[in-house]
Structure formats: C-alpha cells, structure tokens
Design a protein. Structure first.
Length: 327
C-alpha cells in the first residue's frame, strides 16, 4: 500500500510540475520550462508525455539536435501519436537545413513520416504532411499519390481531399478536382479551407457543365457526360447557384454505381431536407458575394436553418471516395 501511495503522490507532483513547465514554454521561457519538465520526467521516468513535451520544447526553442534525442526513442512507444512523427520529421528538416550539403531526397525527414504511417495508417494528418513535403520538393505526382492514399486510409480527413483537388485541377482533371473539393467543403469547418474549396468547386464544376467538356475515357466521366448532355443540357445555372443542374443530376445520373456516391447521397439528403439551394448559396457566397446578397433576403430563414444543420452535421463517410477505385 505504501508503494502504491508513493507512486500516486509522485504522479501528482510530476503532473503539477509538468503543467507549470508547459506554461513557461508557452510564454517563451524555454530554459525554465524544460528544467521543470525534466523534473517531472524524473518523477515519472516511463511517462510518454513528459519526454514528448521536452522534445517539442527543444524543437520550439531552436535546438532540433536535442529535440531529436528525446523524440527518437518515442517512435517505438505504444502511446505514440501522429504529432510525434510530425515533430521528429521537423527535427530532421531543421537539422538538414543547418548543414552545408543538404540531402536532396530529405530521407530522414520523410522516413519519420513514413514510419508513422506504418504505425498509424488511419491518421490522415501524416499523409497530409508527407504530401505537402513532396510538393515542396516539386514531386507533384508523388504528392498526389500520397494525398489519395490518405483519402483511402482516412476518408474523413478533409485536407487530403483539398490538396488532391488542387493537383487534379493543375493536371486538367476538372471532374475530380470538383468532387474532391466538394467533399472537403462538406467536411471542414476551417474558414480558409471552406473558401478555397468553394472556389475550386465553382470553377471546376462550371468546366464540367460546359457542352465541350468530354472528360476522360473512364466510365464515371462518360456516364456523367451522357447525363449532362442528354438529360440536363437545358438546365439553367441561375445566378451562379447551379441549382437546376444539381437537381437534374440527382434525378438522372446513377451516381450510386461509382465511388463518388457518398457525396451525391449527401446532396440528395440536402435536397430532401429542403436545404440544397441554401447549401449551394454557401458556395456562391465565396465566389460571387453580390449575387449571394441578392439571393439572401428572400431565403434568410432557410439559410439560417441550413447553417445550424451543417454545424451539427459535417459530412462523414465510412467508404473512401477515390478516383482510383472502380466498381
């Protein structure tokens, strides 16, 4: 009993000291904060969090070499989370940047993230970080592969859809740029990401709606092309809302045959709830505020009801939406 009591007291003391140390670090008092975190770690030497906080503090203070010393061993800890692998990757990035001759392949930096993905394959943020670094290295094809792998493994992590959308647009694949951007728009609550996604949705969907758009030879592209040309060609794009086009597609395109079905099922749910027009107005708001302000006075109540519903019901899917999957 005495031993158990001592361990409990030690844990309480370590926690109090650790909290004070983190507070000091947040205030920029790194030396004092790290000293307290080390005291906490000495009281609880097997605790994951104190070692991790010490490593983060050293990295934040500009000492990646010491940070790496604390973070490296934690890779193999059963409590390791995605932020550890990102921090360790940042250590290697800063260490490499301090060398006269840098590694053009940034091997250690990227391997830290790859190992994290092996350990935590459902953590979308690790794919996101790896993809961004591939983009920084001007390896866009590899970056797209990473983002789409992230979509497969973590289908509810919004940022991977957005960056895949940007790369799809850059390659001229407007249909998947539209789809990926719209999934991100339905998942995220980040203001900047919402705005950027809305702009991609509008520009790319408008290209797909044009009569001269032919798409790729893939079954999905051609199926959508037929629906647009044979059933929806006369649907107007009133005030930039795309309402008639969207309703026509929901009625006449058999989207259930394709991996994009979770997005269109959500749009169908919005239509059944009476929110589809208000939803499309949120996209319009980011692209043409003047038209949005013309639309809003006649739809204030529905718009506010939709906004409340959207706050509590971001898009979630149990099934990955990926252009590389074929039903």
């Amino acid at each position: 009993m005495q031993v158990a009591f001592s361990q409990t007291e030690a844990a309480k003391d370590a926690y109090s000291i650790g909290v004070e140390g983190i507070k000091l670090i947040d205030e920029g008092q790194y030396e004092e904060g790290i000293k307290l975190l080390k005291q906490a770690r000495n009281l609880e030497p097997h605790d994951y969090d104190y070692a991790f906080e010490i490593g983060k503090a050293y990295l934040k203070s500009g000492n990646p070499k010491k940070a790496e010393k604390y973070l490296f061993e934690l890779q193999y800890n059963k409590n390791a989370q995605a932020d550890l692998y990102i921090a360790l990757s940042n250590c290697y990035l800063e260490l490499d940047e301090s060398k006269k001759t840098q590694d053009p392949e940034r091997k250690k930096e990227l391997d830290a993230l790859r190992y994290g993905i092996q350990k935590l394959p459902s953590e979308g943020v690790l794919f996101f970080e790896l993809g961004k670094r591939k983009l920084a290295m001007e390896e866009a094809v590899d970056a797209l592969a990473v983002f789409e792998a992230g979509i497969q493994k973590a289908p509810n992590f919004a940022e991977n859809y957005f960056w895949a959308a940007k790369l799809m647009k850059a390659t001229g694949n407007h249909i998947w740029a539209w789809f990926y951007a719209e999934i991100c728009f339905n998942m995220t609550d980040d203001v900047d990401l919402l705005r950027s996604s809305a702009m991609l949705i509008s520009s790319c969907s408008n290209v797909v709606y044009e009569s001269k758009w032919n798409g790729n030879p893939e079954k999905l592209d051609q199926s959508l092309k037929i629906a647009l040309s044979e059933k929806c060609s006369s649907s107007a794009n009133e005030s930039g809302l795309q309402l008639a086009k969207r309703k026509c597609l929901l009625e006449n395109w058999n989207y259930i045959d394709f991996t994009i079905s979770p997005l269109f099922q959500r749009l169908n749910d919005l239509e059944n709830l009476g929110f589809l027009e208000a939803y499309l107005a949120t996209i319009l708001h980011e692209n043409d505020k003047e038209e949005f302000l013309k639309w809003l006075p006649l739809h204030v109540k529905t718009f506010e009801e939709y906004r409340t519903w959207r706050y509590w019901n971001p898009m979630q899917t149990a099934k990955a939406v990926n252009r590389l999957n074929v039903y």
